[in-house]
Write a protein that binds this ligand. Structure first.
Ligand SMILES: [Fe+2]
Ligand SMILES: [Fe+2]
Length: 165
């Protein structure tokens, strides 16, 4: 059982990664004009999602929404306190500007994600339904509330490109 718990975690990580990888490959196939291959990658990406969901569930990864908000906040907090800061330093030290920028965007966005999860947890059950969220498609920043008129505070993108949820 101990082995299986560990295996479920490993499998979930692998399948989750394969899903995103295949979606990147599908977009590339589309760009090269191979629409059959693009659909093959899309279908397979979705299959990997089915595997990932089932493995995560079997692992006992899903709790109540209150528990899930705590878990999500912890994950985001780990990312901006422990994971990304040294990665940003390494990227800068190695002169990889692209990686440094991507890590910086993610690091700053994770702080916002953690704050939103924390707020959601505090307001759980007491917030009226109909709350909108706007996602910056460049850096992952999320704005809560009415449609923003100011540029993204992390990357400077125009609010008109934000995706509404
Ligand atoms: Fe995040
Ligand atoms: Fe942004």
């Amino acid at each position: 059982m101990v082995k299986t718990q560990k295996n479920l975690a490993t499998a979930f990580a692998g399948e989750s990664q394969a899903n995103r990888k295949y979606l990147c490959f599908a977009a590339q196939a589309e760009k090269e004009g191979f629409s059959n291959i693009a659909r093959l990658f899309q279908a397979t990406a979705e299959a990997e999602t089915i595997h990932a969901f089932a493995e995560f569930k079997a692992k006992g990864g899903i709790g109540t929404t209150a528990e899930n908000l705590v878990s999500a906040k912890e994950g985001e907090t780990y990312e901006f306190t422990e994971m990304y800061p040294p990665m940003i330093e390494d990227a800068k030290a190695e002169g990889n500007k692209e990686a440094a920028r991507i890590f910086h965007y993610a690091n700053e966005a994770e702080k916002v994600h953690a704050r939103l999860y924390d707020e959601a947890l505090s307001n759980l059950g007491n917030e009226p339904e109909g709350q909108d969220y706007y996602l910056c498609p460049i850096c992952g920043y999320i704005h809560k509330g009415k449609e923003s008129t100011s540029p993204c505070p992390i990357c400077g993108a125009k609010p008109s490109i934000f995706k509404k949820f």
